[in-house]
Design a protein around this ligand. Structure first.
Ligand code: HH2
Length: 268
C-alpha cells in the first residue's frame, strides 16, 4: 500500500502532493513501482494534528481518488463517514479507518474496511499512552471490531495494530514482536511503520539518532520486512520501490527450500 497524502502538513511528505496533478503523478508512479493499493488521505493524523473541515477534506481527496481509481486499487484514509462515502462513489474500494469506527459505511457501500487501533485522538495521543497489556488490549479490540464488521456484512476486513497511534516506542516494539499472534486470528493484517518517529529513537547511528524522516528508510524497510515475515498481508509505505524489492526477496527466500543445484550454488 503506497501512501498518498493530499495534505499540507503530513509528517513526512506534507505539501508535496497537495496539487492534484502532482498527487496523480505520484499515485501512478507508486502503482508503477508495484503498489497494489494507493491510500489517499486528506487529513494528517500525525501526533498533535488538528481536524480538517469536511468540505476541505472532500475537496482534497475526491478528485485524486477519481483520477487514480481507473488505474490502481484506491483506499481512502479518513475517519469521516461522508468522505469515505464520497471516495467510494469516486472509485475507492477500501476504507482505511484509523478510528476503527466506519464499518457501517463500508457495509453500506459494499467495500473493504481497515480497522486500525488508536488510543485517543491524534491531537493528544502521544501525551501519555498507557496500557496494562498493550498486546492483549490492541489484539482484543481488533478481533472484536472484525467480528462486529463481519456480522454487519463487511466482506473484506483488515486489522492494523496502529503503530505510533497512542503508543510509546516500547508499545510499538511489543506489537511488532507479537504480530504473528494477530495474524493467527485469521484476518488479513496491515502494518504501517514507514518513516515513523520511533524508528529513529530505537536505532541510533554513530552520529546520533536520526532525527530527520529522510533518515528512516533503513528502519522502515527492516520493520516492513519483519511484518512480512510475521505474516502481514500488506504494509503501508512511502517508499514503494524499495519495499517491493524487500517483499520480492522475502517471497523468493521463502520459496527457496532444499539444496541449490550445484551450478547455481557456485555461481552465487
Ligand atoms: N499511519 C498513518 C496514517 N494512516 N493508516 C493505517 N491503516 N495504518 C497506519 O499505520 C497509518 C495510517 C500516518 O502516516 P502518514 O499518512 O504518512 O502521515 P500523516 O498522518 O501525517 O498524513
Amino acid at each position: 500500500m503506497g501512501v498518498l497524502n493530499v495534505t499540507p502538513d503530513s509528517f513526512s511528505d506534507g505539501g508535496r502532493y497537495l496539487d492534484p496533478d502532482r498527487a496523480l503523478a505520484h499515485g501512478l508512479a507508486m502503482a508503477g513501482a508495484g503498489a497494489d493499493v494507493v491510500d489517499v488521505g486528506g487529513e494528517s493524523s500525525r501526533p498533535g494534528a488538528g481536524r480538517v473541515p469536511e468540505a476541505e477534506e472532500l475537496r482534497r481527496v475526491v478528485p485524486v481518488v477519481a483520477a487514480l481509481a481507473p488505474h490502481v486499487r484506491v483506499s481512502v484514509d479518513t475517519v469521516k463517514p461522508a468522505v469515505a462515502q464520497a471516495a467510494v462513489e469516486a472509485g475507492a474500494t477500501l476504507v482505511n479507518d484509523i478510528s476503527g469506527m466506519l464499518w457501517p459505511v463500508a457495509a453500506a457501500c459494499g467495500v473493504g474496511w481497515v480497522a486500525m487501533h488508536m488510543q485517543g485522538a491524534p491531537r493528544t495521543m502521544q501525551v501519555h499512552p498507557r496500557y496494562d497489556d498493550v498486546v492483549a488490549e490492541v489484539h482484543g479490540f481488533l478481533v472484536e471490531r472484525a467480528r462486529t464488521a463481519l456480522e454487519a456484512g463487511v466482506r473484506e476486513v483488515w486489522l492494523d495494530p496502529g503503530i505510533g497511534f497512542g503508543k510509546t516506542p516500547a508499545h510499538n516494539l511489543a506489537l511488532l514482536h507479537h504480530l504473528s499472534e494477530l495474524v493467527a486470528e485469521g484476518h488479513p493484517v496491515l502494518v504501517g511503520t514507514s518513516r515513523k518517529g520511533f524508528l529513529g529513537r530505537l536505532a541510533p547511528t554513530p552520529t546520533g539518532p536520526p532525527g530527520d524522516v529522510d533518515d528512516r528508510l533503513p528502519g522502515s524497510l527492516a520493520t516492513a520486512t519483519w511484518a512480512m515475515l510475521a505474516g502481514a498481508s500488506m504494509v503501508r509505505v512511502h517508499d514503494v520501490a524499495s519495499t517491493v524489492e524487500a517483499a520480492v526477496l522475502v517471497g523468493t527466500t521463502r520459496l527457496a527450500s532444499g539444496p541449490l543445484p550445484r551450478q547455481q550454488a557456485m555461481s552465487g
